[in-house]
Write a new protein. Structure first.
Lengths: 487, 348
């Protein structure tokens, strides 16, 4: 009985034993998903799956244009300890090209591969850019799609610097220096594909050429200037810091670029008015802030001055312009800041026009276009004066700063150029038909310069600039030629 | 001998008990990204935050992730930048006019101010069948120790499920607009505690976000290609909402299978009641990954879905059981979200 019991216990012990058979480790590599595709880049998600501790000597992805991966691009992610996800990224692929991608892992000398996934890289597309008008050194933003890191941008033939590429869709680009043409095509180059915007880019233009200095190194202020068939005339104003008055005129010939002195038979003065054909008014400072107002009135023929009957009123710092052969004398003291006097040269009579809606003096920028006069008021509104019916209307509005006044306005064709007020360098072009404003390049030279004369010849503006009276030093007046479309 | 042996044996079970100190590892503040874009009118919102950790309430604050660059990219490479608003930090909104397009895939890409980059897996936008009808069912929920049960209205969506595609549904409710009735004549000055009846105003229209009391999701395993009615929302009766009319837009989204799986797991975890049949707590992986560290745990899910919507007006007579009407003893305009003017499109 005891033997049977012992045998039973022994058999029960045996029954409790079991063999543990070690299973084969299963390691699988999966190419899970392509999570990003652009023009030249793909990003793929893979996973190493195993039920055993595993170390890969290398893992990553293979990318090839052929399904059997003959000579693949290898994205190597190196050693990996244990299972889990991994992400690989390949750049520099060809745009609009079919690729095959698969994950791989090298485990114990054996290369394991995941399923192959087909992926097609995308085509680059440009959508818009802006601004379409600016100057070199400024920035534009190009919107598009699939514009990879190697993308190039050209303004005409000039390559631009890409400052930032956001998500391959927004390029922040520095505008390069212009070559010759102010209006250029903007092109985006991705690999061998060139994309071109239909909208041209326009450089902010305006080229200043320094032609020389005013004769004798003189600086004159509160002077008069005018132009006629004989050239540009600048003269009769006060010399710097109360050093008296500048006698006569200097005439500039824009064809020979030469200055010559012109005698003026009257007295020199300040605050006088002048047009191509008439000159007069003004005052002589006989003591500090004590002025002797002048009423003499002159007709100009080339470089010759003929005295006419005196003005009916005083005129100091008035503004003068000619319309339909008649002279209009507006604003300033004497005439009155809201008054206009009209001179009929045939009858040699003066008449009073309707009061003006704005205060006028020779500190306003003004111009004449198609027998109408325009004034840039101190509130930046531009008023149009119609002499035939003596009426006024608001025409446009100046977009820049008027600084300390005394801006210039000159008409070339159907465009007027306004700006260069004291203590500002802004200069704008206004299309008188479309009323579209465009900024022009800033004037070079001393920023504290003022305009002492400006003229128009052959589609270009000539500007005589003098440092402000308070600026000390040997700083003569400089004559610039401004080409509105120059680069 | 036997007695000594017994004494020795009695000593054996005796042992000293040392208190066991549990060392709780400091939890990480995990990046949490969630949001949905769809083909309906926007703006669509993506919220980014850092999760709370174990510890004091000060350590455990959920902090919005601000200043990130957030874009949505479609499978053609078109990028849409999302903007964060000043008064809703951590929430990023699509620009006006943005709508997802049916059939396209979208990925969410995020770059934080620290330079970490996150991306979602692509989500494809599937069309959502129209909501044919919305029926209502009054639901009561017994509350232990209370005589009056909680109650509300269950919204049941009737849809013709398309047979040619596998559909996964998710429903949400828009903010509700309801008539709010107040009693300004019962106003009592809180300082003097004396009655100070007001002449205005008795009736307002209040806009209120009620949310959905649960996640309402479904898949068409059991009704593929059939017309079916599915619970799609619940609005609780708080005594104020159903005194007259209530308006709500039921929004139905056709989401991806992965998004459905995510929401189902969230629903399961959220509805754990402590019974032995509950699923064990587990980390739910979303579809956001860190490109810098694929093993980083990123919570949340970015969904792209087709949307269909139906607007309904619920009259108090539609409810078979209503809570006792609450009293607002003041001008109704003092209630948050209330206005005396109805919405411009209020057409009950």
């Amino acid at each position: 009985m005891r033997k049977i019991l012992s045998l039973s216990i022994f058999l029960m012990l045996l029954a409790g034993w079991s063999c543990t058979q070690e299973g084969d480790a299963t390691t699988v590599v999966a190419t899970e998903e392509v999570i990003f595709v652009s023009g030249d880049k793909v990003r793929v998600l893979g996973r190493l799956i195993t039920d055993q501790p595993v170390t890969t000597t290398d893992h990553g992805f293979q990318i090839s244009t052929a399904e059997n991966f003959p000579s693949p691009i290898i994205v190597s992610l190196g050693v990996k300890e244990g299972p889990g996800r991994f992400i690989g990224e390949a750049e520099g692929l060809d745009i609009n090209q079919i690729y095959y991608v698969r994950a791989f892992a090298s485990v114990g000398g054996v290369d394991l591969y995941g399923e192959s996934i087909e992926v097609k890289t995308l085509n680059p597309i440009i959508e818009s850019y802006g601004p379409t008008f600016s100057k070199p050194g400024a920035e534009i933003i190009i919107q598009g799609r699939n514009l990879p890191l190697g993308t190039k941008v050209f303004f005409g033939t000039q390559e631009a610097t890409i400052l930032e590429n956001q998500f391959e869709s927004r390029l922040r680009v520095r505008i390069p220096a212009a070559s010759t043409d102010p209006i250029v095509k903007v092109r985006v180059q991705v690999q061998n594909k060139i994309l071109e915007f239909s909208q041209n880019f326009e450089y902010q233009s305006g080229k200043y050429t320094l032609l020389g200095q005013f004769p004798e190194g003189q600086r004159i202020y509160d002077n008069v200037f005018f132009q006629n068939q004989s050239g540009f005339f600048v003269g009769i104003g006060s010399l710097r810091l109360g050093a008296g008055y500048y006698q006569g005129f200097q005439r500039f010939d824009p064809q020979s670029n030469a200055w010559s002195a012109v005698n003026f038979p009257g007295e020199s003065r300040e605050g006088a008015f002048a047009t191509s054909n008439y000159l007069g008014g003004g005052a002589i400072e006989v003591s500090r802030d004590v002025f002797e107002l002048k009423r003499d009135f002159w007709r100009i023929d080339g470089s010759t001055f003929t005295r006419l009957p005196d003005l009916p009123t005083n005129s100091f710092n008035s503004l003068a312009f000619e319309l339909n052969g008649a002279l209009f004398l507006a604003g300033g003291s004497g005439i009155g800041t809201r008054s206009i006097r009209k001179y009929n040269p045939t009858a040699q009579t003066w008449s009073t026009q309707a009061p003006t809606p704005i205060d006028i003096n020779n500190g306003l920028a003004w111009f004449v276009f198609e027998n109408k006069a325009y004034f840039v008021a101190s509130d930046s509104r531009i008023w149009e004066y119609q002499p035939t019916n003596d009426s006024w209307r608001i025409f446009s509005s100046y977009p820049g700063s008027q600084g300390n006044g005394y801006g210039l306005a000159q008409v070339i064709g159907e465009k007027v150029y306004i700006g260069l007020y004291r203590r500002t360098e802004q200069f704008f072009e206004l299309d008188l038909r479309s009323l579209v404003w465009k900024a022009k390049n800033s004037v070079p030279g001393l920023p504290q310069s003022i305009n002492t004369g400006y003229f128009t010849f052959n589609g270009q503006i000539y500007i005589l600039r003098a440092p402000e009276e308070s600026i000390a030093g040997v700083l003569p007046m400089e004559l610039y030629r401004f080409d509105p479309n120059g680069i | 001998m036997l007695r000594r042996l017994i004494y020795i044996l009695l000593l054996l079970p005796m042992a000293c008990i040392d208190p066991f100190k549990v060392e709780v590892p400091e939890g990480q503040q995990l990046v949490t990204i969630e949001g949905i874009i769809h083909n309906g009118p926007g703006p669509h919102a993506i919220s980014i935050s850092r999760s709370a950790t174990y510890g004091s309430v000060f350590e455990g604050l959920i902090r919005p992730v601000t200043g990130a660059t957030v874009v949505i990219r479609d499978n053609e490479g078109r990028i849409t930048f999302l903007e964060e608003t000043e008064n809703s930090r951590g929430n990023y909104f699509t620009p006006a006019g943005f709508r997802a397009e049916i059939g396209k895939s979208y990925t969410l890409q995020i770059q934080t101010v620290e330079g970490k980059v996150y991306s979602s897996l692509p989500e494809r936008v599937l069309s959502s069948p129209a909501i044919e009808n919305v029926s209502l069912k009054t639901v009561t929920i017994p509350v232990e120790g209370e005589i009056i049960p909680r109650s509300g209205v269950q919204l049941i969506s009737e849809i013709n499920d398309p047979a040619d595609q596998k559909n996964f549904y998710f429903w949400r409710l828009s903010p509700v607009v309801h008539v709010l009735e107040a009693r300004p004549d019962l106003f009592v000055n809180r300082e003097t505690r004396t009655p100070a009846p007001k002449a205005c105003c008795y009736t307002c229209f209040r806009t209120e976000a009620t949310g959905n009391q649960s996640l309402f999701i479904a898949q068409d395993d059991n009704f593929n290609g059939l017309t079916t009615r599915i619970p799609a929302g619940f609005i609780e009766d708080n005594g104020l909402r159903f005194v007259s009319k209530l308006r709500v837009d039921l929004k139905q989204y056709s989401i991806s299978q992965e998004a459905f799986r995510f929401l189902r797991l969230v629903k399961q975890q959220a509805e754990i009641s402590g019974s032995i049949f509950d699923p064990p707590p587990a980390t739910i992986r979303g579809n956001m990954i860190s490109l810098d560290n694929p093993d980083e745990v990123v919570l949340g899910y970015f969904m792209a879905a087709g949307e269909s919507s139906k607007r309904i007006y619920i009259d108090k007579s539609d409810l078979t059981f209503r809570q006792i009407a609450g009293i607002v003893p003041d001008d109704c305009r003092t209630v948050s979200g209330a206005s005396i003017d109805p919405p411009f499109d209020w057409k009950p």
